[in-house]
Design a protein around this ligand. Structure first.
Ligand code: C5P
Length: 236
């Protein structure tokens, strides 16, 4: 499949058309951003690490019966994916309180959430991705009830698969964000799953091994991503 013209460039990835209208190329760049793009840096090897990490996770999820857009790795930084019609919502599951939940509700970081919570955010940079509910999604036409149910079901199924995978590597999956789209009418997992879009803590020490290292200026960002990958069997 041939990589053609640039369709869209986001904060960390660029998307290219191919000679087949049903497929696109995702290019993972070294750009790393936080706080709605207010903090931006180039981190060596990040594009390669996230591309291979994402390929590994998407393959595990597909093996567990979760439909994903991932087709195959094309190079260190490029992957071939299905071209989805994206639903403009972010689905977040939280197993442990952290991040915006702690700020919003004033709860202590690190408390277990039983059962895990589910939140929806609207993808809108200008508004800072506000939290929305399923009624907003339906009333404004961002997603239909059936699609929302499917997104929620798949997001929780991902939790089952990945909580166990990371636990085997001695890590807690604290929370994560997923995005979905439609491919020929089916709700399919899109975007990426990497330490950029989830929180992972060492199970014993509770050391942060994810993008919070970048957000909080803790250093060794990519070294930690690679450590997470090594612990679950990703080959970089
Ligand atoms: O910031 P917050 O606590 O709401 O984030 C919840 C989870 O979603 C975190 O794992 C974070 O990395 C991820 N997230 C993301 N992209 C966003 C917002 C949150 O990957 N735009």
């Amino acid at each position: 499949m041939e990589k053609r013209e640039l369709l869209y460039s986001g904060k960390a990835k660029s998307v290219y058309t191919t000679d087949d209208a049903d497929y696109m190329v995702l290019e993972f760049r070294n750009d790393t951003s936080a706080f709605d793009g207010k903090k931006i840096e180039q981190l060596d090897r990040k594009g390669m690490v996230n591309n291979k990490f994402n390929a590994f996770i998407m393959t595990k999820l597909a093996e567990a019966g979760i439909p994903t857009h991932f087709e195959k790795l094309l190079s260190d930084t490029d992957s071939l994916v299905k071209r989805l019609d994206m639903i403009p919502l972010e689905c977040v599951v939280r197993n442990v309180a952290a991040g915006s939940l702690v700020r919003r509700l004033g709860v202590e970081e690190g408390i277990d959430l039983v059962p895990p919570t589910f939140e929806l955010f609207l993808k809108n940079d200008a508004l800072g991705d506000p939290m929305v509910n399923e009624y907003h999604a339906r009333s404004f036409g961002w997603a239909e009830e059936e699609e929302l149910n499917k997104m929620k079901e798949l997001t929780f199924k991902v939790n089952q698969v990945l909580k166990a995978l990371f636990l085997d590597g001695g890590m807690l999956l604290v929370d994560y964000k997923l995005e979905f789209g439609l491919f020929k009418g089916e709700v399919v997992l899109g975007d990426e799953f990497s330490p950029d879009g989830c929180r992972l803590w060492d199970k014993e020490t509770r050391e942060k091994l994810d993008k919070d290292r970048f957000r909080q200026g803790l250093g060794n960002v990519i070294e930690s991503y690679e450590e997470v990958g090594r612990r679950i069997g990703v080959q970089f």
